[in-house]
Ligand binder design. Structure first.
Ligand code: SF4
Ligand code: SF4
Length: 162
C-alpha cells in the first residue's frame, strides 16, 4: 500500500487507467539498506544541570548557551521550564562561568547526565511506525544476547559464569 495516502503516485486524466503487475519482496535491513525502515536515529544521555550556592546570577551562562536552556530566576541561574532536553551537553555554560570567576576553583553550574535515562531520536521512512521499529530492534538485541549466552554456555560447559 502507499506509505502516505496524501502523496499521489500518478495523476490520471479522464478515461485513463493503469494496469499494474508488481511483486512484493519482504526483506531485512540486515541484508540490504533499502529495507531499513529507519532514516535517522541517535541517542544522548539525559542532561541534568545543577547550580551551587555561589551562583550570583551574573547571567553569563544564559548568554553563552546556544540552545537557550538557561535563564535567571531571582538571584541565580536556572533551567527554563521544559527546555532541559534541548541541552546538548556542550558545557559552554560551565566554561564561561569559571572563566569569569577569579577565586573559584569550580564553576557554579555543573552539567551532568542521568545514569539510566536517555533521549532517543528515531525517524521512520513511514513504512513501519517508530514504536514498532523500536520494539523489533529491542527484540533483535534480546535474541542476539540470548544466542551469545547459549554460545558462552556451550564453551563453558553449561556454566555461563565461567
Ligand atoms: S552559573 Fe555562573 S555564569 Fe551562570 S549565572 Fe551563575 S555565576 Fe553566572
Ligand atoms: S551544556 Fe551547552 S546546551 Fe547545555 S545548558 Fe550548558 S551551554 Fe546550554
Amino acid at each position: 500500500m502507499p506509505v502516505d495516502e496524501n502523496v499521489p503516485l500518478v495523476k490520471l486524466e479522464k478515461d485513463q487507467k493503469i494496469v499494474l503487475e508488481a511483486r512484493a519482496v519482504l526483506g531485512r535491513g540486515d541484508d540490504h539498506a533499502k529495507w531499513q525502515p529507519t532514516l535517522a536515529c541517535g541517542y544522548k544521555s539525559y542532561p541534568r544541570i545543577v547550580f551551587d550556592s555561589k551562583c550570583d546570577g551574573c547571567g553569563m551562562c544564559v548568554d553563552e548557551c546556544p540552545r537557550n536552556v538557561l535563564e535567571i530566576k531571582g538571584n541565580s541561574a536556572a533551567v527554563v521550564e521544559g527546555k532541559i532536553e534541548d541541552c546538548t551537553l556542550c558545557k559552554l555554560c560551565e566554561r564561561i562561568c569559571i572563566a569569569n570567576a577569579d577565586t573559584w576553583d569550580s564553576p557554579a553550574i555543573s552539567v551532568q547526565t542521568e545514569d539510566d535515562t536517555f533521549i532517543f531520536v528515531v525517524e521512520s521512512d513511514g513504512s513501519i511506525p517508530v514504536r514498532q521499529i523500536l520494539e523489533r530492534a529491542a527484540k533483535d538485541i534480546q535474541t542476539k544476547s540470548d544466542d551469545l549466552v547459549d554460545v558462552l554456555c556451550d564453551i563453558s560447559g553449561g556454566n555461563v559464569n565461567d
